[in-house]
Design a protein around this ligand. Sequence first.
Ligand code: PLP
Length: 411
Amino acid sequence: MPGPGFYFTGAEEEKEVLEVIRSGHLNRYGSEDDPKFMKKVYTLEHEVAKKFGAKYGLAVTSGTSALIVALQALKIGPGDEVIVPGYTFIASISSIITVGAVPVLAEIDESLDIDPLDIVNRITPRTKAIMAVHMLGNPCAMDELLAIAKKHNLYLIEDTAQAFGGKYKDRYLGVMGDIGTYSFNVYKTINAGDGGLLLTNKEETFKTAFAVHDQGHMPLRTGLEVGNRSVVGQNFRMNELTGAVLLAQFRKIDLLIARLHEIKKQFKDILKKELPQLEFRKLNDERGEIGTLLTVLMPTKETADKLVEKLGTKTISHSGWHVYNNMEQILGKKQLTAGPPFRSKEFPTDVVYEKGMLPRTDAILNRAINISIGVVDAGLGSGFGVCPLSSDEEIRTKAMEFVKAAKEVLK
Ligand SMILES: *Cc1c(COP(=O)(O)O)cnc(C)c1O
């Protein structure tokens, strides 16, 4: 089941896409003088950057490619370490490995985002950046993270794949650090099947990012080469069809988040009233989080396990691939030493990836249960819950189902 944007896909997306198809101009580059060029990707980049308060936007093919481009734009590579939470989607980690750097896993706290206090313990002379992930729509503790990054002279990358449109103290997520990245895959706030974007305020970073994303080219709307291609890049270009879908989706973002907040409040109010002792995930900005999920922290692992069994869902610990313990690709440095481009002799031996290496993260996720509000995804552990189209009656019924089961477990 998809993320919230999918439920609001309709006439607007159809119109935008039709314009592109009828124009016959499917790639992102074109001339201003060409009436057939609809410049959807260009418009998307500018509209998102403007609304979110960033100077520059760059659309790419996915959230993963946005991360790879971000890391390369900041010139992070072999010999560098990047601190990243142990609870995130594998792309946060794999992108670091792809550019030849070393991911250093850090603990989360009760917000389910990276724990700023734990980051400090993991800084070494090789540390180049912190990759903060706004997990499940919930903003990281940005004040603390920005202070640590400044003090230790580290880049701050905001992986905002799960929190497009979220805010921290009235600023959009993704524009406070050095680069913010977004994903538009089918599970995210808005989607086009796949797609990604990054935002930055630094001209130099943007230029390098643009070059990395397209074979060293300079950022021009027309995309014409102007010489001086100093960067060896890749092709992570977004095409006009994707840009068209995303433009329509993006223009609905306020409505969409308002709807998520409305449903979440209804659900949460019932839980708060019926189960006053129930603990929820800590929110670093209650108004700014986007409300795709409602996360409950049960008192113990045992009570959490009993409750999920009754509800037919799973605790976050057991829900799949967002937990480092379930990332068989990296455990025991398996894939990191599998061969080119990750040669074992270049890989420092003092960094470990082992089950149980983040005891605090494990303890929190063992008692954490995700209830879906906008993202119905068993991979996130949100197999139980509601969706953006649920009626008030359905929301009430689901919430009471949770209350009944929780009361049995907690009595
Ligand atoms: C989805 C996701 C990504 C990657 O996005 P894709 O578009 O699937 O490549 C990166 N980081 C996080 C935290 C994500 O949830």
